[in-house]
Design a protein around this ligand. Structure first.
Ligand code: PLP
Ligand code: TYF
Length: 393
């Protein structure tokens, strides 16, 4: 049975983690995987999460199955975070939300559902995009193509090229859009750019699939939802995969959601029934703990205020590290783009050979494309990282 099975390539990012773990140098630094580390280099356990967990533990609840689409209070809280509490879409009950296994699980059930609707359309992802986007949509049976996005010369988005790429897609094509804090480049569309993208999506009959894995890491919870809010106003059907892995530091608990915006409540009821079928045949129903914690925090004023403050601290710390790296590299060129980029990542411009040298000579791990996770920098490693980068460029 297995004699002809070939060895699969390692995930380029998660594979780096394994190499980092095996490195015995005490001053090694992992700028590879997209995880937020605190000032002491640890993955934080947020105070809001700790308090909600304590209450849950004390309540000694039974462990029955959840509904197929998860905890209703959680799904409702996700909707308010994404669309805004006062959104007419929610009042009109046009949004279907299902708890999912992280942002990845949300993308996957969305992809499976879309494939049942129309398997022959292509899925367009940004060039470049998160490594898993292509593999995930190909795995769901779609052909995956790219639309232009990053402009290395300006360290920004080439909006004209992007719009040109979207205009070439066939009607019904699915367009995966990073709603904020683009992974891997750290460069986002501005509000006016989003409006043009939405016009193009409408004009060419495309199906937008927003991926929002870093809400709160750019400018704030509300500000980072701008793309979702603009699409909501545009009266087009769209998908949103959201994740609390980063914003609640709950990576391993697999807490995310898929939201589908439909034209009417009647449509929403039918879409929900089909989405539940997709979920049932994948994993039956989602796990309880992470979503229960998130729901408790989001639905409790004090806990929510604590979480918002903690998320703000994470956002600010990343900004401070961006500024610090830009300043330390100033003698070697204009690295102002690192400070201007948003979210956890920066496309540093380092070549694959320079990244190799960083790892071999300095024990500093980055993705081969030059992506660095700024959220892994701290006062203890910033000087060393800046000096090493200066040496290899
Ligand atoms: N989408 C993007 C753009 C990401 O960077 C990530 C990161 O992990 C995900 C989705 C998946 O999130 P999760 O870990 O919740 O599955
Ligand atoms: O881009 C990152 O580093 C994060 C974590 O297959 C990640 O999104 C990376 C690869 C992967 C799953 C998660």
């Amino acid at each position: 049975l297995f004699s002809a099975v070939e060895l699969a390539p390692r995930d380029p990012i998660l594979g780096l983690n394994e190499a980092f773990g095996a490195d015995t140098r005490p001053d090694k630094v992992n700028l590879g995987v997209g995880v937020y580390y605190d000032a002491n280099g640890h993955v934080p356990l947020l105070r809001a999460v700790r308090e909600a967990e304590k209450a849950r533990l004390e309540a000694q609840l039974p462990r029955g199955y959840l509904p197929i689409d998860g905890i209703a209070l959680y799904d409702a809280a996700v909707q308010k975070l994404l669309f805004g509490a006062a959104s007419p879409l929610l009042a009109e009950r046009r949004v279907v939300t299902a708890q999912a296994l992280g942002g990845t699980g949300a993308l996957k059930i969305g992809a499976d559902f879309l494939h049942r609707l129309n398997p022959s359309v292509p899925v367009a992802i940004s060039n470049p995009s998160w490594e898993n986007h292509r593999a995930l949509f190909e795995g769901a049976g779609f052909q995956v193509v790219e639309y232009p996005y990053y402009d290395a010369a300006t360290h920004g988005v080439d909006v004209e090229a992007m719009l040109g790429g979207l205009a070439k897609l066939p009607k019904g094509a699915i367009v995966v859009l990073h709603a904020c804090c683009h992974n891997p480049t750290g460069v986002d569309l501005g509000t006016e750019d989003w409006k043009r993208v939405i016009e193009s999506v409408r004009e060419h009959g495309l199906v937008p699939f927003l991926d929002i894995a870093y809400q709160g890491f750019g400018d704030g919870i509300e500000a980072d939802a701008i793309a979702v809010r603009l699409f909501a106003e545009a009266r087009v059907p769209f998908f949103v995969a959201s994740s609390f892995s980063k914003s609640f530091s709950l990576y391993g608990e697999r807490v995310g959601a898929l939201s589908i915006v439909t034209d009417s409540h009647d449509e929403a009821v039918r879409v929900q029934s089909q989405l539940k079928r997709v979920i049932r045949t994948n994993y039956s129903n989602p796990p309880t703990h992470g979503a229960a914690v998130v729901a408790a925090v989001l639905n409790h004023d004090d806990l929510r205020a604590t979480w918002e403050a903690e998320l703000g601290e994470m956002r600010e710390r990343i900004r401070t590290m961006r500024r610090g790296l830009t300043q330390r590299l100033a003698a070697h060129g204009d690295f102002g783009f690192i400070e201007a980029q948003r979210g956890m990542f920066s496309y540093s411009g380092l070549s694959s050979a320079q990244v190799d040298r960083l790892r071999a000579e300095f024990g500093i791990y980055a993705v081969g494309t030059g992506r660095i996770c700024v959220a892994a920098l701290n006062d203890g490693n910033l000087d060393r990282v800046a000096e090493a980068i200066a040496r290899v460029i």
